[in-house]
Ligand binder design. Structure first.
Ligand SMILES: [Zn+2]
Length: 202
């Protein structure tokens, strides 16, 4: 039996499923929400409902979008032959800010992480492979985070993609190791993109 009324315990359980929210934080947030004026709490509930109703993932690249495809995929001025592979939609924002990239993207929706039980099957890898030929892709830039999971993901993808006769490149080092792309400044990330090198998967 929980010490709390069932609806409170449900809320704590749901919050505890969010990334980075441990049991203690889940309790703290739940009690914060309980104390909020009703209209403030409902605004949060509505924002969640809205985002689930109106925003989906692009059918081509898995960026967030309203409608079937995102604005980048729909923009025919962009170079369809170069695809920049990133972990999350927020990484697209980071790369776009550099102004150094005019191709398309592919969002994996995560990175390989044995500790968290995430393998290639949980990522949008199949969907990436399916795009390559129909879209005439000649270069894939592996723009995953410069940390253990991101490097493992880049290595896995380069082994998968190189036999297909594509140019597979990895963004240059120089980014803070262990960090996330989204925290890199535009100039550093722009240089890392510009200085990308062909991967030697061996
Ligand atoms: Zn898209």
């Amino acid at each position: 039996m929980s010490a709390y009324a069932a609806p409170v315990q449900d809320l704590i359980d749901e919050l505890g499923r969010l990334p980075g929210v441990g049991p203690k934080s889940a309790q703290r947030i739940a009690f914060h929400l309980l104390k909020l004026p009703k209209q403030d709490a409902l605004r949060l509930a509505r924002a969640i409902t809205e985002v689930k109703d109106r925003v989906a993932f692009c059918q081509r690249c898995f960026n967030v979008c309203e409608g079937d495809e995102c604005a980048i995929c729909l923009d025919d001025r962009r170079d369809a032959t170069v695809v920049c592979v990133v972990e999350e939609p927020r990484d697209i924002v980071a790369v776009e800010k550099t102004g150094e990239f005019s191709g398309r993207y592919h969002v994996l929706q995560g990175a390989i992480s044995p500790i968290e039980g995430v393998g290639p099957d949980q990522l949008r890898v199949k969907e990436l492979l399916a795009r390559l030929e129909p879209e005439g892709v000649v270069e894939v830039i592996l723009c995953t985070n410069p940390n253990i999971e991101g490097e493992a993901t880049a290595m896995y993808l380069s082994r998968l993609l190189q036999p297909l006769g594509l140019t597979v490149t990895r963004i240059a080092s120089g980014l803070p190791v262990g960090g996330d792309l989204e925290y890199a400044d535009e100039l550093t990330l722009g240089r890392a993109l510009e200085g990308r090198r062909e991967v030697d998967a061996g």
